[in-house]
Design a protein around this ligand. Structure first.
Ligand SMILES: Cc1cn([C@H]2C[C@H](O)[C@@H](COP(=O)(O)OP(=O)(O)O[C@H]3O[C@@H](C)C(=O)[C@@H](O)[C@H]3O)O2)c(=O)[nH]c1=O
Length: 192
C-alpha cells in the first residue's frame, strides 16, 4: 500500500498493491490493518454502492455533522470519477482548501475523506460505479450540502455537470449556508 497526502489536511490517496495472475487480479478494497498503520479511521458503519448511468453526473458536495461526521474510503469500480474533497472544518489547518483526484476502475486506488469534510464526485464515463465506506450511519438530519460551484472554494471541475439531484442543484453556497445559521464558517480565515 502506498499512501500519499493530499492538499486537504488528513486526506489521502491510497494505492493498493494488486496481485495479478493467469486468472485475473486480486486487491484489497479495504484493510483495517493498513488503515491503522496509516493513522486513518478504520471504522466502517456502512459500505455504500453508488451507480450513475450518465457521464458527468454530479453528487455533492456533502457532509454530515457531529456526532456522526463521516470518514469515507472511496473507490471507483467501474467507469471513472473526478473525486473532490472540500475542507469545511472550522479550525482545520487547511480550512477553505480543496483537492481532487481522478479515480478509475482498474487503477486500484482509493481516496480517504477525513470526517467533517465536504465530499463529492463527477462521473467521467457512462455507468460509473463507486463503492465507499462510511464510518458513521447515515443521519439525514445532520446532512449538509455545499454548492459544487461555490465561488469561495473555486473548485476546478473537468466539465460542467449534466445530471444532478434537485437538492445538489439548489444547494446554497458558503455564504448561504452561513446565513442559514446551520453552518458556522470562520469567514476571516476563509477569506485570508
Ligand atoms: C447516503 C445515503 C442515502 N440514502 C438514501 C437517501 C435517498 O433516498 C437516496 C439517495 O440519497 P442521496 O441523494 O443523498 O445520494 P447521494 O447524492 O449519492 O449522496 C452521497 O453523495 C456522496 C458524494 C457522498 O459523499 C455520500 O456521503 C452521500 O452523501 O438514498 C440512504 O438510505 N443511505 C445513505 O447512506
Amino acid at each position: 500500500m502506498k499512501v500519499t497526502p493530499l492538499a486537504v489536511d488528513g486526506a489521502r490517496l491510497i494505492a493498493s498493491i494488486p496481485h495479478d495472475d493467469h486468472r485475473g487480479r486480486f486487491s484489497r478494497l479495504f484493510c483495517r490493518a493498513w488503515m491503522q498503520q496509516a493513522g486513518l479511521d478504520p471504522t466502517v458503519a456502512q459500505i455504500n454502492h453508488s451507480q450513475s448511468s450518465a457521464p458527468f453526473t454530479l453528487r455533492g458536495l456533502h457532509w454530515q455533522d457531529q456526532p456522526h461526521a463521516e470518514a469515507k474510503l472511496v473507490t471507483c469500480l467501474a467507469g471513472a470519477i473526478y473525486d473532490v474533497i472540500a475542507d469545511v472544518r472550522p479550525g482545520s489547518p487547511s480550512f477553505g482548501a480543496w483537492c481532487a483526484v481522478s479515480l478509475d476502475a482498474g487503477r486500484n486506488e482509493a481516496v480517504y475523506v477525513p470526517a467533517g469534510c465536504a465530499h463529492g464526485f463527477l462521473t467521467l464515463m457512462p455507468d460509473s460505479q463507486v463503492v465507499y465506506t462510511s464510518s458513521e450511519p447515515h443521519v439525514p438530519g445532520l446532512q449538509h450540502i455545499l454548492r459544487w460551484d461555490d465561488p469561495g472554494f473555486g473548485i476546478e471541475w473537468p466539465a460542467r455537470p449534466a445530471v444532478l439531484s434537485a437538492a445538489d442543484r439548489d444547494a446554497p453556497d458558503r455564504e448561504g449556508l452561513g446565513k442559514s445559521g446551520a453552518v458556522r464558517f470562520p469567514n476571516k480565515d476563509f477569506d485570508a
